[in-house]
Design a protein around this ligand. Structure first.
Ligand SMILES: Cc1cc2nc3c(=O)[nH]c(=O)nc-3n(C[C@H](O)[C@H](O)[C@H](O)COP(=O)(O)OP(=O)(O)OC[C@H]3O[C@@H](n4cnc5c(N)ncnc54)[C@H](O)[C@@H]3O)c2cc1C
Length: 388
C-alpha cells in the first residue's frame, strides 16, 4: 500500500497515551556517545554508551501488535485500568524437521496433521511447501530436563517407545539428537487481559492482547480476525471516511467508540479461544485415543455430512473454517454435547426398556428373571436421569 512506510529495527521503549507521543530506540544505528538520555549525569556511563539513539514520534492511533511480551501493553497499563493474567503451562516445545524423501517428495501424507499422542507429551508434524515437515515435540519441562542429561543415549529410545514410526523411519537418530540439542526448548504462555484500548490513542491486538498456547493453531488466525473486527468497527464509526468528518476531535471521539466496541466484542472471544486452546492440548495428546471421544467425533461428523440442514458441526470445524465468534462456538458445542448425551441416554433407555419387557415375560418362567427385571428397571431409571 502506497501510504505505508516500514521502519525496521525501531523498538518501542516508552509512550504517553494522553499526549500521543511514543519513543523508539533505533537499533542498528551507532550507539549514543553523548549523555542526552540523562542530562543530569555529567558523563555517560557504560550502559548509556551502549544504548542506541532514541526518537520521539507523535501519532493519532498506536496499534500495538508487538507480541506476547508487548511493550505497547506494558505502557498502556500505566494509563488504562487494565486487568492482566498470564500463565506459563508446564510444557516446553522444541522444533524438528523431517526432510523430503530422496526422490524429493513428502515422506508421509501432506494432507493430514500428523499427531503422535503420548499421553503426557506429543509429537506433531505439519507439511511445508518444500515437501519437508515442520515437527514439534511438546512435553513437560521435567521430561526435557531428563532427556537433556544424555540425549545421545535416551532420545532415540524415548521416541521409539512413545512416537513409533518417527525415528529412524522419518528422522535419523543422529539428526534427532542434533536438532534436539541445537534447537531451543521454549516455554508456552497464555495471556488474558482487558481492555484492549485506551481512549482513542492505543489499541493492542494479536498476541499482545491474547497470547495463547498453540494447540488450536489459532494464535495467528485470532490476530488476523482482530484486524478484521477492529477495521469493521472503525469503518462503522466512519473513522477513516473523509465525508463523515474532518474535525480531528470528532474523529478521535468516533475512534474511541470504535475501540470500546472492539474491546467489548473481542474480550470474551479471546478468552474463549485461550480456554479452548488449553483444553485442546489434553484432546490432542490423550483424548484422541479414547473410544468415547472417537464415537462423539464420528457422530458429529456424520450428522454434519449427511444432515447439513441441522447446522451441526464439530468444534474444530466451527473454530477453524468459519467466522463464528469463539465465545459462540463454545456455547454451541456445549449445547450439541447435551443433545448428544440426551439422545444417547434415550437410546440406551429404549434398549433397556425392550430388554425389560422380555425379561418380564421370562420372569414368569424362572426366578432369576426377577433379579434381571429389577436390574433392568434400575438401569432404565439411571439412564433416564443421565439423559435429563
Ligand atoms: C509452537 C507454536 C506453534 C504455533 N502454531 C500456530 C498455528 O499453527 N497457527 C496459528 O494461527 N498460530 C500459531 N502459533 C501462534 C502464532 O505464532 C502467534 O499467535 C503469532 O505469531 C502472533 O502474531 P503477532 O503479530 O501478534 O506477534 P508476534 O509474531 O510475536 O510479532 C510481534 C512483533 O513485534 C515485534 N516487537 C516486539 N517488541 C517490540 C517493541 N518493543 N517495539 C517494536 N517491535 C516489537 C517483534 O519483533 C515481532 O516482530 C504458534 C505459536 C507457537 C509458539
Amino acid at each position: 500500500m502506497a501510504n505505508v512506510t516500514f521502519h525496521f529495527n525501531h523498538k518501542l521503549t516508552g509512550a504517553d497515551f494522553d499526549k500521543n507521543i511514543a519513543w523508539f530506540e533505533q537499533r542498528g544505528h551507532a550507539p549514543k556517545t553523548d549523555n542526552t538520555l540523562n542530562p543530569k549525569q555529567p558523563s555517560p556511563n557504560k550502559r548509556e554508551q551502549r544504548r542506541a539513539p532514541e526518537i520521539e514520534v507523535s501519532f493519532d492511533l498506536l496499534i500495538g501488535a508487538d507480541g506476547a511480551h508487548s511493550a505497547a501493553r506494558y505502557h498502556m497499563m500505566k494509563f488504562a485500568r487494565l486487568n492482566y493474567q498470564q500463565e506459563y503451562i508446564d510444557t516446553l516445545w522444541c522444533e524438528f524437521q523431517i526432510s523430503p524423501s530422496p526422490t524429493g517428495d513428502f515422506k508421509i501424507s501432506p494432507n493430514h496433521l500428523h499427531i503422535w499422542p503420548g499421553g503426557k507429551f506429543m509429537f506433531i508434524a505439519i507439511p511445508s511447501r518444500d515437501k519437508s515437515f515442520t515437527c514439534t515435540l511438546f512435553a513437560p519441562s521435567i521430561c526435557f530436563a531428563d532427556l537433556s542429561k544424555a540425549p545421545e543415549e535416551d532420545l532415540a529410545p524415548f521416541f521409539e517407545k512413545n512416537f513409533p514410526g518417527v525415528s529412524p523411519d522419518l528422522i535419523s537418530p543422529q539428526d534427532l539428537q542434533d536438532q534436539f540439542t541445537s534447537n531451543p526448548h521454549l516455554p508456552l504462555i497464555s495471556i488474558k487481559c482487558t481492555p484492549y484500548h485506551y481512549n482513542s490513542s492505543v489499541v493492542i491486538l494479536g498476541d499482545a492482547a491474547h497470547a495463547m498456547v498453540p494447540f488450536y493453531g489459532q494464535g495467528m488466525n485470532a490476530g488476523l480476525e482482530d484486524v478484521r473486527v477492529l477495521f469493521d468497527f472503525l469503518d462503522q464509526h466512519g473513522v477513516y471516511d473523509p465525508t463523515v468528518s474532518n474535525d480531528p476531535a470528532a474523529r478521535a471521539l468516533a475512534r474511541a467508540r470504535a475501540l470500546e466496541e472492539y474491546t467489548m466484542q473481542r474480550t470474551p472471544d479471546a478468552s474463549s479461544i485461550n480456554d479452548l486452546a488449553l483444553r485442546n492440548y489434553t484432546e490432542m495428546r490423550a483424548s484422541v485415543t479414547s473410544p468415547v471421544y472417537r464415537l462423539r467425533k464420528w457422530v458429529e461428523e456424520s450428522v454434519n455430512k449427511y444432515l447439513p440442514s441441522l447446522g451441526w458441526s464439530t468444534q474444530y470445524s466451527r473454530v477453524s473454517f468459519e467466522n463464528e465468534r469463539y465465545s459462540e462456538v463454545e456455547k454451541a458445542v456445549e449445547r450439541q454435547g447435551r443433545i448428544l448425551m440426551g439422545v444417547l441416554g434415550l437410546s440406551l433407555a429404549g434398549l433397556v426398556g425392550v430388554g425389560g419387557f422380555w425379561a418380564w415375560r421370562w420372569n414368569h418362567a424362572r426366578p432369576t428373571g426377577r433379579v434381571l427385571t429389577g436390574w433392568l428397571l434400575w438401569a432404565a431409571k439411571r439412564t433416564e436421569e443421565f439423559a435429563r
